[in-house]
Write a protein that binds this ligand. Structure first.
Ligand code: AMP
Length: 141
């Protein structure tokens, strides 16, 4: 399977589709998931194009992991979480629905289950408020 440059995350990266962006650096952006599995569910999306982990360049992967770590710290702080859960799906058989590599970064609280993957769409005003909390946490790092 080859990379489709018309996927929705490619359009968000190029600025052709809106997103609740909380962070950007040379290698990746971080946006809120519009169907969050928990408050603060963030996606780290590398700028380098690949379908997923399987076809990604190893150097690109190495360069983006510090960004994943940075976002994990930020969502944990922003939502006073007890832990942070990473999720990453490779191909449809494994649950992948958008075919540009991304890492799900999900704040977790003790005893609280996550909602289903690609479930209900969150209200825009809630996403705006959550994005502000994450940006505020990042501003302190
Ligand atoms: P995956 O199944 O790992 O490919 O996950 C794709 C994720 O992207 C799902 O959790 C969706 O809720 C999320 N998603 C789909 N479209 C958008 C969008 N336009 N902006 C933000 N998140 C999205």
């Amino acid at each position: 399977m080859s990379y489709d440059p018309d996927n929705i995350f490619a359009k968000i990266l190029s600025g052709d589709f809106p997103a609740h962006k909380v962070y950007e650096d040379d290698v990746a952006i971080a946006i809120l998931d519009i169907m969050p599995q928990a408050a603060g569910h963030t996606l780290v999306i590398p700028k380098a194009a690949s379908r997923n982990l399987l076809d990604a360049d190893a150097n690109d992967l190495a360069q983006m992991m510090p960004t994943v770590q940075k976002i994990a710290h930020a969502v944990k702080t922003a939502f006073a979480a007890d832990g942070v859960h990473l999720q990453q799906f490779n191909e449809a058989a494994a649950g992948q629905t958008v075919f540009h590599l991304h890492f799900h970064v999900i704040p977790r609280h003790d005893g609280v289950a996550v909602k289903p993957h690609s479930g209900d769409m969150e209200d825009q005003d809630v996403l705006v408020a959550h994005a502000e909390k994450i940006k505020a946490a990042l501003a302190k790092t």
